[in-house]
Design a protein around this ligand. Structure first.
Ligand SMILES: [Mg+2]
Length: 228
């Protein structure tokens, strides 16, 4: 294997249509007994960094006693909404074609680096039939560490344990926010920004992205860029 592609999920591969937040809120109420009134901008952040803030918004200063049960319930609530995800969400342009072509390339390994907890990140791509393109035994997830750059490092370690070493220049993070770009740079790997989320092409470039795309709709060009 020569290339490791580390894909963000939300707004890079797909749009969830609010189903993740619904599942999160339902899990919160189930585990704490409190009505959900949470609100924050989660884009590009990890569930382990978001969750303490959302619990604090409800007056829970120490979320840690709830964490294991909460993440387990969140995974269950999300799994129960897989059909809603497929109905209300959508895959972004070019994504299935790009993932399929890169999956067929024997030199490429694809997995996820997402702020979602592993069960939810994998369920999101599975809702659209995209999970077959990823090695989800590996990857970096929002229940691994609160700091996104650590997820990149974790994903690389896991990938190298299975597939052998990759050069820094052959590890690519593909994501839609300046936080994805920053995480890639902090981990010493290549950042590919895609402007299908909250960050503009200018913002992604200014954050230091090595490559910036409007979206993945130019399938041939995207495959050429990512496969090297
Ligand atoms: Mg994203």
């Amino acid at each position: 294997m020569t290339r490791l592609l580390l894909w963000d999920v939300d707004r890079t591969l797909l749009v969830g249509g609010g189903v993740g937040v619904e599942a999160y809120a339902a899990a919160f109420t189930a585990v704490t007994g409190l009505e959900w009134v949470g609100s924050l901008v989660a884009a590009g952040r990890t569930d382990l960094s978001i969750t303490p803030e959302l619990f604090a918004q409800h007056g829970i200063a120490d979320h840690t006693p709830y964490l294991g049960a909460f993440f387990a319930r969140y995974a269950d609530e999300f799994a129960a909404r897989g059909d809603a995800m497929a109905a209300h969400g959508r895959v972004l342009p070019g994504v299935p074609e790009v993932l399929a072509a890169l999956h067929a390339d024997p030199g490429v390994v694809q997995t996820l680096v997402t702020g979602n907890i592993a069960a939810v990140g994998v369920a999101k791509v599975a809702a659209f039939g995209l999970d077959r393109f990823f090695d989800t035994r590996i990857g970096g997830y929002g229940d691994d560490h609160p700091v996104r750059s650590e997820l990149v490092g974790r994903a690389r370690e896991r990938a190298e344990a299975v597939h052998g070493p990759f050069a820094d220049g052959d590890v690519l993070v593909i994501g839609d926010t300046v936080l994805d770009v920053g995480a890639a740079l902090a981990a010493g790997v290549v950042a590919v920004g895609v402007a299908t989320g909250p960050s503009t092409t200018q913002e992604l470039a200014a954050a230091g992205a090595h490559h910036v795309l409007e979206d993945l709709s130019d399938v041939a060009a995207t495959i050429a860029l990512l496969s090297g």
